[in-house]
Ligand binder design. Structure first.
Ligand code: NAP
Length: 250
């Protein structure tokens, strides 16, 4: 139980990648707080070691208040997983400012607020890990998804800069960059791309799978395993990195 008594905060922890990370860290002894907007979704997955706090990462007051509440209940946050995110492709000409701002508010402002508030208590301890869930779209341009791509590039910039700010401290900052992972976000994208492009769902599914170099969807548990590795003893010198999980080079 290498993470015994370590408090882990995971935004978007009620589904997909966040939920797999929550379960894995809890299995290794962490006290886990998950957040998300849908209280019912969170409630369904709470357990002795996983507690839930409804929180919208776009709302600064909410993030400040809920993270403070989590710290009061479970102690300083020592593992911060900035995972909450949305993904939707849109042509530049169809990208409204409202769409752009909502994506940035969720994927980038939300991670910034989560990390800033988590660091307040993490800094009172002598060990901490901050892990951002970016994407292969944080490292290369994803066709038809300029807004998502910009938000995930921004998240990598934030993570890299913070790793420099805290260099030499017991806190590390890394970004995980998955290809296509088997989660509700991908099912939603298959639906919307299929409607937009008039391809069948199976054709779209196949093209997303084929973007992964090993031609299969990645499991959320594979992302969780890498997250766990970054939290295990021996990972302290891995800092400011972008870790691709895409079945091969992207
Ligand atoms: P998911 O199951 O849809 O998870 C996204 C989570 O974020 C949900 O639990 C959602 O909960 C939460 N969320 C969204 N907007 C939020 C907001 N405003 N405030 C608080 N929570 C919010 O999909 P996923 O694949 O696990 O995605 C997790 C992360 O992985 C995302 O950042 C995504 O960009 C990244 N990623 C996914 C893939 C993939 O192929 N699946 C690939 C690369 C990167 P509520 O709706 O209840 O708020």
């Amino acid at each position: 139980m290498t993470l015994e008594k370590k408090h882990a905060l995971i935004t978007g922890g009620g589904t997909g990648i966040g939920l797999a990370i929550a379960k894995t860290l809890a299995d290794h002894g962490a006290i886990v707080t998950i957040t998300g907007r849908r209280a019912d979704v969170l409630k369904n997955v709470t357990s002795n070691t996983i507690s839930a706090l409804p929180m919208d990462v776009r709302n600064e007051v909410d993030v400040i208040g809920r993270i403070d509440e989590a710290v009061q209940t479970n102690g300083p946050i020592q593992i911060c997983i900035a995972n909450a995110g949305i993904a939707e492709g849109k042509k530049l000409s169809k990208t409204t400012l409202e769409f752009w701002r909502n994506m940035m508010a969720t994927n980038l402002d939300g991670a910034f607020l989560t990390i800033r508030e988590s660091m307040k208590s993490m800094q009172t301890t002598n060990w901490g890990r901050v892990i951002s869930i970016s994407s292969i779209a944080g490292l290369r341009g994803l066709k038809g998804a300029s807004c998502y791509t910009a938000s995930k590039h921004g998240l990598i910039g934030l993570t890299r800069a913070l790793s420099e700010d805290y260099i030499g401290s017991p806190f590390t900052f890394n970004a995980i960059c998955p290809g296509y992972v088997d989660t509700p976000l991908v099912y939603h994208n298959i639906e919307s791309i299929s409607k937009r492009t008039k391809q069948t769902r199976e054709q779209v599914r196949r093209s997303l799978i084929d973007t992964n170099r090993h031609h299969r969807l990645i499991t959320a548990e594979e992302i969780a395993a890498t997250t766990l590795w970054l939290c295990q003893p021996g990972s302290g010198s891995i800092n400011g990195q972008t870790i691709e999980i895409a079945g091969g080079q992207i």
